[in-house]
Structure formats: structure tokens, C-alpha cells
Design a protein around this ligand. Structure first.
Ligand SMILES: Nc1ncnc2c1ncn2[C@@H]1O[C@H](COP(=O)(O)OP(=O)(O)OP(=O)(O)O)[C@@H](O)[C@H]1O
Length: 552
């Protein structure tokens, strides 16, 4: 009865499918390359035989065969290697893109960004040795040893029998070791993710750690984690070394036994084993050269065995992530057909989910040219409302209409091109300020927009002005300055709709007044300006206000 195979996950099936043509082509070339060795072995055997008999006839032909087959083997290996690496790179590029675009669209993140970074940058590349070493080694194991066994049996049933007994022991032991390898790799993968999460967490809290005088505790945490990772990595290496040792042992015993048989047979001590009168010198040399090659595909497979275990752990993690469904940000995060309607915004009985909490949004209609304040108690749902209107969180119930169409997966991308969203906490990418304000590289001077957003002095204070790199590794700017830079970008790009979340928080009265004047100016020029705020002065200067109420 056939044993049921372990179900392949969707990720595994997709990767198998995508890598199949490349792997198939490369495996054919590799099998062909392996079969060059019997040609070389035959040429070497003829050469030794002629030399022992003092004949030179045909020696040059044998040498030529040996060299030509060697070149053919190297060329085939080289070509196969190229195909394999190109295939693996392409598969990983697609998987990385799929993974990042899916996780970027999640409304609620299910893994930390540190774990995701570890998966994308450290774990995904572990599929390369799986695709370039393990898979082709498996393909060769299925063909080459059997063909070589046939050849060996043709000359001697004893040599054939030795290989037949020693060969299968290797896969049996590898399968046993494989279980341990899989578990060790799983534990190592978890540890890599945990280490990255701890690193990100502690780095983002460096100032707090110093303030709380907890530096040595943080160091101890790291030391413990690093020790854990070291132990897990050593466990993987132990399994890898153990598998290599087992394999080397069996292949050495197999080759030695063939050598002993050939030696004694040539000395006439073992008169049986060959099909007729006994082995000739050429046949003996040929068998001696073939025996190690019989084990070579098995050795390659064993050397790549822990690559398989590592890759399967990565595939498991990818499958778990892929099978966890959840709410998604609407749209594809891609370019989309333009929405032609006037930028009127309208909501009806909209409810959004924030974590497990349902947040009800007020029914509202916004027209171009309006400056509106969004008010409400802290936690009432002002930020949620702005995000929903900008198409940054999905709608659970009700409907949002924008530019004459329902805000949906199909329309969200196009809508967002018309919207500028200014959050409370701005994440600045690691690009120059010029690149940040002008991502499409239009080359138009951003000075006017920066002046309008009260941000010109921010630029003046930066070491390289507009060419200063921002973001994590660049020059820092304050929260209020970052929001003004984002406003400058909205002005520069001519955004028709501006959703600003407490844009005047942390600003002095003078800057607040100028900023509000600027926002009013944008509305006067036809933009929709919706500002979430607690500031009564700001509320007073808007055309009207809409209140977000906490539902009972
Ligand atoms: N990422 C999140 N995950 C889970 N719950 C959230 C999340 N963001 C907000 N919430 C919850 O949703 C509710 C609305 O939050 P929201 O930030 O929209 O309120 P807000 O009116 O903007 O508050 P504030 O004036 O303090 O900024 C709050 O109860 C909040 O705890």
C-alpha cells in the first residue's frame, strides 16, 4: 500500500512549480556531467592497462578522451550552476515581493517589523542552497547511482553487491538524521526572529534604557539571547556534521570493500565475483574509479541535507504567515486609473475596526474648498476617521464615497494619489529632503512649498539643506517639523485633499497661526482640508467642525 505523502503547503507548491523548468534543465545537465566520469574512468583504465602491458597503441586516444570528457563535465556543471542560481534568484525575488506586498497591506500587523525583516533578509535567502544544492542533488541521486550500479554489475556481481548494500544505508540514516535536523532548524529560525525583535525593541528604547539605568540588564538580555542563538546554531551544525560523518563512513567502507575485492581478485586470491574468468587489470582500475563516483551524488545529497531542513523551516513560517488572513488596507498599493470626479467625500454609517474595537464614524460630507475641524474626545476615533477617509484602513460596515465612487479595493489606489495624509507621528524615509518632497523627480524648486508650510527654517538648519538625508540614519527633525515637511510635500504635489492629524500639536502660537492660515489658503484655492484637533483656536478658524462621538 502506498503511504500518503506529507501535504505540501501552498507556498511549497508555488516554489516547486516556479523552479521546476530551471531545476529540470539543470538536473539533466548535471546527470549528463556525472555520466562523463565513466568515460574518463574507462579512458584511465585503458591507459593503465596499456602502460602495464608496455603498449603505447591507443594511449593518446585514451588521454584525449579523458581530457575531452573532463572539459565536457566542467562545462555542463558550469552551465547547470548558472541556470540553478538564476532560477533561485528569480523564485526568491518573487516570494520576497509577494511577502512584502501582502504584509504591507495588512491593516493589523501579525508579526513585528523586526521578525518580518529577519524573514525577508535572513531566512528567505536560505532557500538558495535548497534550490541550488539540495534539489539538484536529489535529482542526481534518483538516476546516477542506478546507472553506475548497472555498469558495475556488468563487470562484477560482487562489486555491484557491495555498492548495493552500502548505498541504501546512506539515505536511511539521512532520513533518521533529517528529523533531528528539521527540529534543530525550526528552533534556530525562531531564535533568529526573537533576536531581531529584541534588537529592534531595545534600540528603539535606548534613551529609556539609559534613563532607567537598565543598560546592564539590557546587555544581559542580549547575552542570554545571543547564547541561545549560538546554542541553536551549534545544534544545527552538529546535525550537519553528524550527517556528513555517517555518510563519509559508509561511502569509505563501500569504496574500501570494492578496493579490497579488486585487489585480491587481480592477485588471483578471489577467483569468483566477475561473470567469467575474473577481472582484468583494466576492469579492476575501472571499478576502482567508478566506486567513489557511485557515492558522490549521495554525498552531495547528505551535504545539502541541512539546507533542506533550514528551507523547510522557512517555508513553514511563510505558510503560517500566508494562511493567517485578516483585514487588509484597501487597494493594491500600486498605480491605478485616475478618478475623474470632483473630490467630494461622503460617509454613511461607517464603522471601522481598530484591533478588536469597533469605532463608529460620523456621517459627513466634505466639498472642495472647505476647511473643516474634526473634533472629539481623546480616543473617540478622529485618527481612525481620517485614516478611513484616506483609504488607509478598511471599512467594516457602511460606505465611504469619494470623487463619486465607493472607496474600495478598486478605487483606493487612485483616491490616495489625490490625498495627502499627515499623521501625528511621521515616518521619514531614508532619502534626501529633496527626494522626499519631490519623489517623482519633477525638478521643480520646492522652496515656495517649504515657505508656505512654515518649514523653510527647518531646511536652513539641516547640514546639507535640501540634500540632507532624513530618516533613521539621517539628520533628525522634530515631530512638528516632520509634519510641516509633509505639508510642504502636499503643497508641492498639489494634493486636492489634506487630512491632517493634529498638525499644530507641539507648535508655538505664532507658528500655529501661520500654519492655520496656510491650511485656510489651501482650502480657498479649492482643496478639502480636514484637520483633527483639540485646539479651540484652530477649530475657531475652520469653516465648520464635525464631532466624533464615542458610541455607548
Ligand atoms: N492600532 C490600533 N490597534 C488597536 N486599537 C486601536 C489602534 N489605534 C487606535 N485604537 C483604538 O481605537 C480607538 C480610536 O482611536 P483614535 O486614535 O482614532 O482616536 P483619536 O480620537 O484620534 O484619539 P487622540 O485624540 O488621542 O489622538 C481608541 O479607543 C484606540 O484605543
Amino acid at each position: 500500500m502506498k503511504r500518503p505523502k506529507t501535504e505540501k503547503t501552498a507556498v511549497q507548491q508555488r516554489i516547486d512549480e516556479a523552479s521546476k523548468p530551471g531545476l529540470r534543465a539543470a538536473s539533466r545537465l548535471l546527470v549528463l556531467a556525472s555520466l562523463m566520469w565513466p568515460v574518463q574512468a574507462a579512458a584511465a583504465a585503458v591507459l593503465v592497462d596499456r602502460w602495464a602491458n608496455g603498449e603505447v597503441d591507443g594511449a593518446f586516444v585514451a588521454v584525449a578522451f579523458f581530457i575531452l570528457a573532463g572539459f565536457a563535465r566542467a562545462a555542463l556543471d558550469h552551465r547547470a550552476g548558472g541556470i540553478l542560481f538564476r532560477t533561485a534568484d528569480a523564485v526568491i525575488a518573487v516570494e520576497r515581493h509577494t511577502l512584502l506586498s501582502r504584509e504591507a497591506r495588512r491593516a493589523t500587523q501579525i508579526v513585528s517589523s523586526a521578525e518580518l525583516a529577519a524573514l525577508v533578509s535572513q531566512k528567505l535567502p536560505m532557500l538558495v542552497p535548497y534550490l541550488t544544492r539540495f534539489k539538484p542533488a536529489m535529482a542526481r541521486v534518483r538516476i546516477v547511482p542506478f546507472l553506475l550500479l548497472l555498469i558495475v554489475f556488468w563487470f562484477s556481481w560482487i562489486a555491484g553487491l557491495i555498492l548495493l548494500v552500502a548505498g541504501p544505508l546512506i539515505p536511511v540514516f539521512m532520513a533518521l538524521i533529517g528529523i533531528a535536523a528539521r527540529e534543530a532548524s525550526n528552533r534556530q529560525m525562531v531564535e533568529i526572529g526573537d533576536m531581531n525583535r529584541l534588537l529592534m525593541d531595545r534600540l528603539s528604547a535606548l534613551a529609556d534604557i539609559r534613563l532607567l539605568d537598565a543598560t546592564s540588564r539590557a546587555e544581559d538580555d542580549f547575552a542570554t539571547r545571543a547564547e541561545g542563538l549560538r546554542a541553536r546554531t551549534m545544534a544545527v551544525l552538529r546535525v550537519a556534521f553528524l550527517s556528513s560523518t555517517v555518510l563519509e563512513l559508509f561511502s569509505a567502507i563501500g569504496v574500501a570493500m570494492v578496493a579490497v575485492y579488486v585487489g585480491f581478485s587481480l592477485l588471483g586470491e578471489i577467483p569468483f565475483g566477475a561473470w567469467d574468468s575474473g577481472l582484468t587489470l583494466a576492469e579492476g582500475v575501472f571499478l576502482l574509479l567508478i566506486a567513489p563516483e557511485f557515492f558522490q551524488p549521495l554525498r552531495d545529497m547528505a551535504a545539502a541535507w541541512h539546507d533542506r531542513a533550514g528551507a523547510l523551516s522557512v517555508l513553514d513560517e511563510m505558510s503560517r504567515l500566508e494562511s493567517t488572513t485578516g483585514r487588509q488596507i484597501p487597494g493594491e498599493g500600486d498605480k491605478a486609473a485616475v478618478l475623474t470626479g470632483a473630490a467630494v467625500v461622503n460617509t454613511r454609517k461607517v464603522q471601522v475596526m481598530r484591533g478588536d474595537q469597533a469605532v463608529d464614524l460620523p456621517d459627513l460630507t466634505l466639498h472642495p474648498g472647505e476647511a473643516v475641524a474634526l473634533t472629539g474626545k481623546s480616543g473617540a476615533g478622529k485618527t481612525s476617521c481620517l485614516m478611513a477617509l484616506a483609504g488607509l484602513i478598511p471599512v467594516e460596515n457602511g460606505e465611504i464615497n469619494v470623487a463619486g465612487v465607493a472607496l474600495s479595493d478598486e478605487t483606493a489606489d487612485a483616491w490616495r494619489t489625490r490625498v495627502a495624509f499627515i499623521p501625528q507621528l511621521v515616518h521619514l524615509p531614508d532619502v534626501t529632503l529633496r527626494g522626499f518632497i519631490d519623489p517623482d523627480e519633477t525638478g521643480v524648486d520646492p522652496t515656495k512649498a517649504l515657505n508656505a508650510a512654515q518649514a523653510s527654517h527647518v531646511v536652513a538648519a539641516l547640514p546639507d539643506g535640501l540634500e540632507t538625508r532624513l530618516g533613521e540614519t539621517g539628520a533628525g527633525v522634530s515631530g512638528g517639523e516632520a509634519r510641516r515637511l509633509l505639508l510642504a510635500r502636499a503643497i508641492y504635489r498639489g494634493s486636492e485633499v489634506i487630512f491632517a492629524d493634529e498638525p499644530t500639536a507641539d507648535l508655538d502660537a505664532d507658528t500655529t497661526a501661520k500654519l492655520v492660515e496656510m491650511l485656510r489658503g489651501l482650502a480657498n484655492r479649492g482643496a478639502i482640508v480636514l484637520v483633527a484637533t483639540h485646539d479651540p483656536d484652530v477649530i475657531g478658524q475652520m469653516d465648520r467642525s464635525i464631532s466624533v462621538e464615542v458610541m455607548a
